[in-house]
Design a binder for this molecule. Structure first.
Ligand code: UDP
Ligand code: MG
Length: 306
């Protein structure tokens, strides 16, 4: 059985077309599937429309969240309700072509747990969005040691054990793209051209995207904290050296400005000490942070035993 998860927030213009296309693909392909629509607090006609689908089609499940929680959480809710042997996550706006699902299933049957779609092009999006997305993926790959594939979104298929692993990650800040990569397991990309939105508007703006980027960076790396402690240590080292130079210089040759040497040495010393201790705090904070995520230590792909 296949579960399809569709987060939907104010998508009344596209859902009819989406439903028609996705059922056309699935009917010709699998015998048993469920469509899990997660209504993420929509304020338009999305919910009545979904209720209509559910009435006429027993394979439709509608999860109506109490308010708008954002896509990441809507997807997590869908994952909690999914009963299938494999789960497909797809946007409602038809930017992710449902016609790719048969290919996903084929790769899953080949033994891949995480079959993700990689866009080779994104039509209908502004240059700034493309450039910022490009830079973001490169940057986050550079500073984290988990392998988040570039140019991929949530559109993917996950096997049952990948989904169960994902459900074991109890953290509240759910940067899904990172989590899919964090759980590991055999993964493979399927390439596709990303279509423009079928109708309606994107729910993202640059402020939201910026916060999303921060979320990704802060939940997957302690590098910013470490940078603080190294920069602090570095500056403190030079401050101490300069302080010693002033002391020695004053003792040997004197200093024409009364009070200057003692003042500057005190300032450098206190500033340096503070930076060093902030760095130490940063190191402890980084560890407390990683403990507080309470992630499982590992997942096993397979055990070989004779
Ligand atoms: N979405 C959601 N909650 C939100 C924002 C978006 O469930 O708060 C859903 C939306 O209905 C769509 C998917 O997430 O199915 C992707 O959203 P969108 O197309 O706006 O993002 P973009 O494709 O522009 O990145
Ligand atoms: Mg979209």
């Amino acid at each position: 059985m296949l579960s399809i998860i569709i987060p939907a927030y104010n998508e009344q213009e596209v859902l009819g077309e989406f439903y028609a296309r996705v059922t056309a693909v699935l009917d010709s392909m699998v015998s048993d599937y469920e469509l899990i629509f997660v209504n993420d607090g929509s304020r338009d006609g999305t919910l009545p429309l979904l209720e209509k689908f559910a009435e006429s089609d027993p394979r439709v499940v509608v999860i109506d969240l109490s308010r708008n929680f954002g896509k990441e959480i809507a997807v997590s809710a869908g994952i909690d309700f999914a009963r299938g042997d494999a789960v497909v996550i797809i946007d409602a706006d038809l930017q992710d072509p449902p016609e790719l699902i048969p290919e996903f299933v084929r790769q899953w049957q080949n033994g891949f747990d995480n079959v993700y779609a990689r866009r080779v092009s994104r039509d209908g999006e502004s240059t700034i969005k493309k450039v910022t997305a490009y830079l973001f993926y490169r940057f986050i790959r550079m500073i984290t040691n988990i392998d988040i594939p570039a140019d991929t979104g949530d559109f993917r298929l996950l096997s049952r054990r990948a989904v169960d692993s994902l459900k074991q990650l109890p953290e509240r800040n759910r940067f899904m793209k990172g989590l899919y990569a964090w759980i590991g397991y055999p993964a493979i990309a399927v390439e596709y051209r990303r279509d423009p939105r079928y109708a309606g508007d994107t729910k993202w703006n640059y402020w939201k995207l910026w916060n999303f980027a921060l979320e990704g960076i802060t939940s997957f790396t302690e590098v910013p904290l470490k940078v603080a402690s190294y920069v602090g240590g570095f500056i403190a080292f030079f401050a101490f050296c300069y302080g010693i130079y002033i002391i020695v210089n004053t003792l040997l040759y004197g200093n024409p400005v009364a009070g200057y040497p003692s003042l500057i040495v005190t300032i450098l010393f206190l500033g340096g000490i503070q930076l060093v201790f902030i760095g130490i705090l940063g190191e402890y904070l980084a560890r407390a942070f990683s403990e507080s995520k309470r992630r499982p230590l590992y997942f096993v792909n397979k055990v070989l035993r004779k």
